[in-house]
Write a protein that binds this ligand. Structure first.
Ligand SMILES: [Zn+2]
Length: 211
């Protein structure tokens, strides 16, 4: 991981923890047991903005996961892709049906050829290879890439992420924070294992046994 990426991830984590500490206990119904974080953590910054006012009297129905264009977007849980479409505000988006009333949506996906900002790129730059409506996906699977399609053209690339229960958007923030903490802990453990393995293989190459 790049030093900048580590700093970003740390900032996001600390911010998330501070905000999470200030939140009242979650009142969400039967939350899906464990979400996977929907985007490359080291590149992502986000804060709680569910319900904030938006243009035309709308309310923000999700959280914005800010990250550079073409950052990887992942499925938050096992499910079936129920929709891949374009809308004026949401741009290119994808929705997954997770069963038991749960759905997740990923909006403003990439629509630009690398290094350009004109939109209209082939969908191969939007959705991961082989995926279409009806495809089964697993938690953590690469599904798409971050972009600025729809009305994100003026706010910078991000994924507008929504979590729905029985057809209604719920505040995804506590679930995203919990997912990020789990994934970050897992990555730290993975790094520790790699370091240990590297140390063991170096020791094994020494001419004399080390005690
Ligand atoms: Zn948004």
């Amino acid at each position: 991981m790049l030093p900048r990426a580590i700093a970003l991830a740390r900032t996001a984590l600390v911010t998330a923890l501070l905000v999470a500490a200030a939140l009242p206990a979650s009142a969400s119904p039967n939350i899906p047991p464990e979400l996977s974080f929907p985007q490359e953590i080291s590149e992502t910054e986000f804060h709680s903005s569910f319900g904030h006012a938006r243009s035309g009297g709308r309310r923000h129905q999700g959280n914005d996961l800010m990250a550079p264009k073409m950052t990887e977007v992942y499925a938050v849980a096992d499910g079936v892709i129920e929709i891949i479409r374009t809308s004026r505000l949401g741009g290119r988006y994808l929705g997954i049906d997770h069963g038991s009333g749960w759905e997740s949506y990923y909006m403003h996906l990439n629509n630009d050829y690398p290094g350009t900002d004109g939109g209209g790129a082939d969908w191969a730059y939007t959705i991961a290879p082989g995926l279409e409506e009806g495809s089964e996906v697993k938690a953590g699977q690469l599904i798409a890439w971050v972009g600025d399609s729809g009305n994100a053209e003026w706010t910078g690339p991000h994924t507008h992420f929504e979590l729905h229960y029985n057809g209604r958007a719920i505040n995804p923030y506590p679930h995203l924070v919990a997912a990020m903490e789990r994934d970050a802990a897992e990555q730290a453990l993975q790094r520790q294992l790699e370091t240990t393995t590297m140390r063991q293989s170096l020791l094994a190459q020494l001419p004399h046994p080390v005690r």
